[in-house]
Every structure is written in C-alpha cells, then in structure tokens.
Design a protein around this ligand. Structure first.
Ligand code: FES
Ligand SMILES: [Fe+2]
Length: 335
C-alpha cells in the first residue's frame, strides 16, 4: 500500500530550502501570456520560491529576463507586477541599468579606479515562449520542451494561440505548495469540496493520469457545464484547463514553506462586448472553485504542522498522480 508523504515534507524549512535549490531554481516556470510583453519596455516581475525575477521586452524587440536584484547591495529593482520602463533605476542608491542588463551609471559613487561598470551587469536568467505562453528559468536542468514532457502532445489539438488574455486573478493561500498541488491533481475531493462542480460532470468517470512531467484529468461533461472536461497540470507548478471558447492557465509557486501563490490568467477566442457577461461568468465560476479549495488546504496544512498526522493510504484509483508527484519531489530533494 502506498502512503501520503510524511507531514514534515509540508512544514520543514530545511526541506523547503532544498526544494528552492533543486526544484524551483532548476526548472521552468510559467509566467502567463507572452502577449503581456508585446510592447517594447513592458516588463513582468515575479517572486517564485523566494527568487525575485523579471522579464522585459527591450526596445530592440528582444525578450530578456534577469534576477530582480541590484548588483550594488541587493535591492529589488522592480516591484512585483507588470509595467513599462526604458532604463531600470534601482530605488535604493539610484544605479541605472540598460535593458540588456549592463550597468550604465552609478550616481554619487565617487572615485574608485578598480571599479568598472562592465563588471557589474544584472544576472541573466532564461526566458522562452511556447505556444504564446511565457516561461522563465534560473538554471534549468533541461530545456523547456524537454521539461514540458507530454504536455505538448496533450495540448496539440487545442488552438492555444487563438485565445487572447482577458483578465488575471491572484490568490495567496496559507499552505505549502505541495498541499495545494496534491489537491489540484486529484478529483477525489470534488463531491466533498466542489458539489456544484460535481453536479455538472460525470464524477464516476473522473480520471487522473500521471504522464511524463504532466497530469491529465478528464471527466465527461453533463448538459449546462461550462467546463471543457480536460484539466492539465505540468511539473513543477503550472496548469492549463480548456473550456469551450477559451482556457485558463495558472502558476502554483511558493512564497514560503507555508504560503502558496496562485496566478491565474483567463483567455478567450472572442473578446467582443456581446460575450462579456458569459466570459465574466466563466471567470467567476472558476475563481469560486479555486477559493473552495483554500479552507480545506489551509486546515490540512495546520494538521501537518501540529504533529498529529501520520501518513494515510493513497488510492491507486483516485490518487495515482500524487504518487508520481510525491515520488518526483522525494527523488530530487533526497531524504
Ligand atoms: S542597492 Fe541598488 S543602487 Fe544600491
Ligand atoms: Fe479542488
């Protein structure tokens, strides 16, 4: 019989620090629609497992990404979120960087013959676009396509490029990123936690399947369902769900051992005013389901932290994806 991970995996700061190094530093992360950075100068700054990063489209059209860390005394250059700027100026002592990361000037620094601007560029990271989606990585163990595993094949039939982003939503949950991921990749909890959702799918035929670096969840839809019946999750923390006329993506990444950020984007083929009410309803219904998971995940997290929990059995029928996911984490992080 297979068991859930021991509680310490969800609460131990030392294990989280190892995850930061071997999972989050070494893999690609979905940031959202690449079209958010279409315009020259547009940037997006994020924090992923404590790593502050940003991507920017330069005036020369090139997409670049860097650690959001000033080379002087380490200040954060850009506040998390999107914006537009030409040169980057550190808010702390006003050092100025070009869009290619080179240091341009250091006002009031004074004379030091051994100091050369060219020795202090921003630290670059990797950025790539796959089917209109923007990914970044710090020091990835593999290329993006290799990490995507079975995801490209699973999404081949969906016209992702025809969908345009309409809106985004951000959630922060007081639970470990694996507490929420365990929840996301099984449908076992649907009758208990999402009864409204459960009513419009054929729950008896809900399936979760662990593929290469991805999990596919499917369920036949009943009349009146606004869901597409296929939900994908990609290692280590992103999701893509399609529905008639659109899709949503999300990033599931930690802010700390006990805090998880979810950033959703909603995309539609038709953004005309006539479809606005229906689109808003899709967004609201989806966000409602995300919120339904918060309470159960946060209280489960508290039970992991309390010391009372002993690992319980996992269902081969319902929880095979957790078995794969937890194994992968254990293999990489070591025990
Ligand atoms: S930390 Fe950026 S200029 Fe000092
Ligand atoms: Fe859920």
């Amino acid at each position: 019989m297979l068991h859930n991970m021991e509680a310490r995996w969800y609460v131990d700061p030392a294990l989280y620090e190892r995850e930061r190094q071997v999972i989050f530093r070494r893999h690609w992360h979905l940031l959202g629609p690449a079209s958010e950075l279409d315009e020259p100068g547009r940037y997006l700054a994020v924090e992923i497992a404590g790593w502050k990063l940003f991507a920017q489209r330069g005036q020369d059209g090139v997409l670049r990404a860097f650690h959001n860390v000033c080379r002087h005394r380490g200040a954060r250059l850009l506040e998390e979120g999107t914006g537009r700027c030409d040169r980057l100026q550190c808010p702390y002592h006003l050092w100025v960087y070009e869009q290619d990361g080179s240091l341009r000037n250091t006002p009031f620094f004074g004379e030091d013959p051994s100091f050369k601007l060219e020795d202090w560029p921003l630290q670059p990271i990797l950025v790539e676009v796959w089917r209109g989606l923007l990914f970044v990585a710090i020091e990835p163990a593999t290329g993006l396509v290799e990490q995507l595993g079975d995801m490209p094949r699973e999404l081949a039939e969906f016209p992702l490029e025809t969908f345009r982003p309409m809106t985004s939503a951000r959630f922060v949950m007081a639970a470990n990123w694996k507490t929420y991921t365990d929840n996301f990749i099984e449908g076992y909890h649907i009758p208990g936690i999402h009864p409204g959702f459960g009513r419009v799918i054929d729950f008896a035929r809900f399936e979760t399947v662990a593929l290469g670096n991805a999990v596919r969840m499917t369920a036949p839809q009943k009349d009146g369902s606004i869901y597409g019946g296929k939900w994908m999750w990609g290692w280590p923390g992103w999701t893509l769900s399609t529905f008639p006329g659109g899709m949503n993506t999300s990033r599931i990444t930690p802010l700390g051992v006990n805090s998880t950020e979810l950033v959703y984007h909603f995309y539609f083929a038709d953004l005309s005013p006539e479809t606005e009410a229906a689109r808003n309803q899709v967004v609201e219904t989806n966000c409602g389901i995300v919120r339904e998971d918060f309470g159960i995940c946060e209280h489960t997290q508290l039970n992991y932290a309390s010391g009372a929990y002993r690992p319980g059995p996992l269902s081969p029928r319902q929880e095979q994806s957790l078995i794969w996911f937890q194994d992968r984490v254990r293999q990489l992080v070591g025990d």
